[in-house]
Write a protein that binds this ligand. Structure first.
Ligand code: HEM
Length: 510
């Protein structure tokens, strides 16, 4: 009996570690074997270093970026290692990185819902350099774009979500009216020609400064706008940081813009410190609210932290938002029946108001058709082509290995013009956004998941306020009927979109 017990104990002592050892090997072995069984997604990494970047840029410049993806989906459809013959992912090399492009709505969902589980956000290093301009050693200053983006969202959410935005509708309306008075209607003869895209940029930037920095000082606008133009040119220039290059000028613009914003914050803090304690706190503008907000820790944010967040909002919205406004202007000029339907909706809202009464949040909720039109515009001409993620561990997607460190791209051009999701994709049809709307994750101009654009609601509001004012005052026509938008690599009209503007009361067409 004693012998039996000894055998039992010794077998437990020897065998358990042995089993564990064998088991562990098998677990690891299975895991490695499982991953090793899989190939990388099909595709070509093109030329050394530049990969397929030029081809990607070329299709964008021709106005057909979806072709880059459709060609590859076609080419690799039969090499799919999953049961389906559709190509759901392909490999390429863009921006000096090997990259897997996930090219279905399910792929978008996969990337959006695996943030910090399988993937994390990744930006090409030259963009990081441009935005942070090497001048922001403070890690919090990178909050809106790096892993710290949650902090940006937490701080700015109260201002960028519907509840926080509601009180700014009237300010946006007043500001838009002034902008149109100054730049669309300068008191000269009717049928004047204006350039819609540069004006949309001015509108986007000055409106952001009005709301975020609480300034309407034209000198401040001009100074900051020039810095913004320098910075923005860096997004599309060669990333060569040498004295005299455009990219170098852009980095300096970025640094100075951040400094100027910080100065405005500091001046406002000084001003606020002298205010009477019983002044209305609810009536504070966005900048003052951020300064006065002591947060949950009771400490509040420093001037450079506040400046960094305001800089994030002002810079992130500039190009995307202004391109979208310009594309809306273009489609409304090209499609009179759509323009008429938008005008009808907006006139009903205008007529329901007392003379001089400004737009409010309830009015915005009535602009359903106008919003469907804006969505259809963003489906056909999305200002942001998509962003990047990086695999944080090895994983298998649709039967293919995605090794740790590999970059991944979700791309609006995979789904926005794909007939699987949008039948007759070239047709301009705002009714796609009525009822249930498009299939989930197929319409993604603002991205999705935890990294979804935090400026979505703010952009929606500004677009609708703009559409209301512009259609209730004017009709317009394109000076160059054939002018198109292309991705160069930002979405731009080839000639700046000059339009001939007619005010309603003088217009022959009314
Ligand atoms: C039509 C206008 C706009 C479009 C189409 C747009 C689109 C996008 C897209 C596609 C992303 C990437 C999302 C992702 O990676 O999943 C993004 C990120 C971002 N957007 Fe926008 N955006 C617009 C306007 C704005 C505005 C006005 C702001 C200002 C608040 C803004 C702030 C940001 C920020 C801070 C991020 C980075 C979020 C992060 O990495 O966590 N955007 N936007």
């Amino acid at each position: 009996m004693e012998e039996l017990l000894m055998i039992l104990i010794s077998s437990v002592l020897v065998c358990v570690p042995l089993y564990y050892y064998i088991f562990k090997i098998r677990v690891n072995g299975t895991k490695n074997e499982r991953l090793d069984q899989h190939k990388l997604p099909p595709g070509s990494t093109g030329w050394p270093i530049i990969g397929e970047t030029l081809e990607y840029l070329r299709t964008g410049k021709k106005g057909v970026p979806e072709k880059f993806i459709a060609d590859r989906r076609n080419k690799y459809k039969n090499s799919s290692s999953s049961s389906s013959a559709n190509c759901k992912v392909f490999k390429t090399s863009l921006l000096f990185e090997d990259m897997a492009v996930l090219c279905t709505a399910a792929g978008n969902k996969f990337l959006f819902s695996n943030e910090k589980k399988l993937v994390k956000s990744w930006w090409p290093p030259h963009l990081d350099k441009l935005i942070f301009a090497d001048s922001a050693p403070d890690e919090k200053a990178k909050a809106f774009i790096t892993e710290e983006s949650t902090r940006f969202r937490n701080t700015m959410a109260p201002y960028l979500k519907p509840a926080g935005l509601q009180k700014y509708v009237g300010t946006m309306d007043t500001f838009t009216k002034k902008h149109l008075d100054m730049y669309w209607e300068d008191g000269k003869d009717d049928d004047q020609v204006i350039k819609a895209h540069p004006l949309a940029k001015k509108y986007a930037f000055t409106m952001a400064c009005r709301l975020m920095l609480d300034t309407e000082d034209q000198q401040v606008f001009t100074k900051l706008e020039n810095l913004m133009k320098d910075l923005s040119s860096g997004f599309t220039s060669l990333p060569i940081d040498l004295p005299g290059t455009q990219f170098n000028r852009a980095i300096r613009g970025s640094r100075q813009l951040r400094e100027e914003i910080k100065n405005i914050v500091t001046q406002r803090r000084i001003h606020l410190s002298t205010r009477k304690v019983d002044e209305d706190v609810d009536g504070l503008d966005m900048l003052s609210s951020l300064i006065m907000d002591t947060g949950s820790d009771g400490l509040g944010l420093s001037d450079s932290e506040i400046a960094s967040k305001l800089y994030g909002v002002i810079v992130s919205g500039y190009d995307n938002f202004s391109s979208t406004l310009a594309t809306i202007v273009m489609y409304l000029a090209e499609l009179p029946h759509v323009y008429d339907a938008v005008l009808k909706e907006q006139r009903q809202i205008a007529e329901s108001k007392a003379a001089g009464e400004l737009l409010n949040w309830a009015d915005i909720q009535k602009m359903k058709y106008s919003w469907s039109v804006a969505c259809e515009v963003m489906r056909l001409l999305p200002p942001n082509s998509g962003t990047f993620r990086e695999a944080i561990s090895d994983f298998v997607y649709e039967g293919y290995l995605i090794p740790k460190g590999m970059k991944l791209n979700w791309n609006v051009h995979s789904t926005h013009k794909n007939p699987e999701y949008f039948p007759d994709p070239e047709k301009f049809d705002p009714s796609r956004f009525e009822g249930q709307g498009p299939p989930p994750y197929s319409f993604v101009p603002f991205g999705g998941g935890p990294r979804m654009c935090p400026g979505k609601e703010y952009s929606r509001l500004k677009m609708l306020v703009f559409m209301h004012n512009v259609v209730t005052r004017y009709r317009w026509e394109k000076v160059f009927p054939d002018e198109k938008f292309v991705w160069d690599p930002a979405l731009v009209p080839t000639k700046g979109l000059p339009i001939r503007v007619f005010t309603h009361n003088k217009s022959q067409s009314n």
